[in-house]
Design a binder for this molecule. Sequence first.
Ligand code: NAP
Length: 287
Amino acid sequence: MAATLIDGKALGAKVREEVAASVAELGHVGLATVLVGDDPASHIYIDLKQKAARQAGMDARDLKLPADMSEEELLATIAELNRDEAVDGLLVQLPLPDHIDENRVIEAISPAKDVDGIHPLNAGRLYLGRPTLVPGTPLGIMRMLDEYEIPLEGARAVVVGRSAIVGKPMAHLLLQRNATVTICHSRTQDLARHTLDAEVLVAAVGRAHLISADMVMAGATVIDVGMNREEGSRKVLGDVDPSAMEDAAYMTPVPGGVGPMTIAMVLQNTVTAAQNRRGSVLATAKN
Ligand code: NAP
């Protein structure tokens, strides 16, 4: 029997409606996005996030800065946005131009406004299992798994990929939910031996169709994070061969799976940041 498709587009739309309701309740939620340079893919991502933020009723500030700006200038812009009371969430689109130290920039973002969940303080809190701002992609995957009631407690989960933005936070979120987690990467030997054991398989590699159907266990839940552009075509391919759909129980399509969830969850993080900040403002006011 073919897998049930996990519809990220529909669920993403639902999350965005929830976000819009929260924004209306809060009255004002501000998101600032910072893009340095002219990478075409980054422009597309930022424009999508900006549009989604505005649709949700947020005050969305769109800073597009020149590729030749200095690191100091960028750090000064971030410091200003950190201080700006109207900005609840602050997102710096990566990658940055080569002359700018990415880690220095990430560490300059106020952890309370870090809606991409990439500041070391937020990553550290996640590692410790404490509530924090978590990167949108793994957070969206957890929401999909919950929405489709995929059992995680005690389940064998395999994450292929160990990036700071997807693989590692994904593994930690699954661990928090008491899955037994294996992380695979480019030096893993006999990848299929691991993937075939996965009741929940998350592929976040960036290699089109690296995971073939015979590497997927019958009845598995397969989450395909990959967004690989075919040379000379606009088609986007996942990391998992779509024929895996025949034996899997649940699977995300590409496109229309993880992608729309990521943007929705960044917006949700912005609401969370706004709520946390309002909470802390109240707490300060009481003292
Ligand atoms: P990344 O930083 O390039 O990390 C890729 C990971 O895959 C690395 O940990 C790497 O291992 C591992 N890897 C590479 N080749 C492998 C192989 N042959 N076997 C096993 N593991 C292998 O990429 P990323 O940022 O995590 O993104 C992964 C994919 O997801 C990309 O296609 C990206 O476009 C997509 N993505 C999609 C969304 C979305 O919203 N849908 C969001 C983010 C990313 P090493 O650590 O050993 O090098």
